[in-house]
Design a protein around this ligand. Sequence first.
Ligand code: NAP
Length: 261
Amino acid sequence: MNFLKVLVAVCALLLAPLSFADDGVDGARPTVLITGANRGIGIEFAKQYAELGWNVIATCRNPAGADELNELAAANNNVVVERLDLLDHEGIDALAEQYREQPVDVLLNNAGLMRGPDRGQMVGTIDYDEFDRFYKINAIGPLKVSEAFYKNVKASDLKIMAALTTGKGNRGIPVPGFSLYKTSKAALDAIQKEIAIRWKRQGIKVVTLLPGRVLTHGETDAPGQNAVDVEDSISGMIEVLDALTIEQTGWTIQWDGELIE
Ligand SMILES: NC(=O)c1ccc[n+]([C@@H]2O[C@H](COP(=O)([O-])OP(=O)(O)OC[C@H]3O[C@@H](n4cnc5c(N)ncnc54)[C@H](OP(=O)(O)O)[C@@H]3O)[C@@H](O)[C@H]2O)c1
């Protein structure tokens, strides 16, 4: 009898990371996992999905310093904060293992290294160490996240893998100084298409989203740049995801529903 009790206690301990009741993550609700959820577009996604009543697995590089996100989680028991660094593949695998029983309806590869213009990104003065970092964060990292959470997405009802890209795909921002950002996102666009081809038969819908120009770095809106309000951009992308069909897998779609390619 004692042995049985011990066995049950040990099993309960082992299964503890898989039980979300304590965190308020409810198996009956759809689930979104967001990378880079501590600021900018990522935190707005977390807020809007939380408001819609979804389970939100909000990931970021440094949870201890993510004050606004931690406040959101404290106020909403359907939001959990987890560490995910796109440069740390072992850490990504460990998080996927922690959530191995959790279906993920929408896997949102939002995190990215967004910077420019600068000389290191201009042809003629390219900074090759930075080149490496941009590609690892903007292209390889999201691919690793998609691979690690493939089973979670496959086990879900909606089965969506989304990633955020820039400047209308590989046509991109038409000024010098953004080469590393732009080409790493073009690589991401191509990777999304590869994922779409690979897992279409499994019913996984892959989409690349354009958020528009959203002023997340305190910039001022210059004339003719058509900045989009962050709330409108995110609610628009959530509508796009809600309406996504398997026939659209591999597409690039703007926040307002315009098909880009
Ligand atoms: N804002 C726009 O106008 C616009 C336009 C087109 C596309 N996008 C794309 O939309 C996404 C979000 O944009 P945003 O404006 O919200 O950008 P942002 O304000 O610069 O935020 C970037 C996010 O990515 C995270 N991140 C950076 N490196 C990471 C790493 N190694 N591992 C995990 N997370 C990392 C950042 O975390 P830390 O806080 O720890 O640095 C932050 O949470 C990006 O992919 C961006 O390229 C944005």
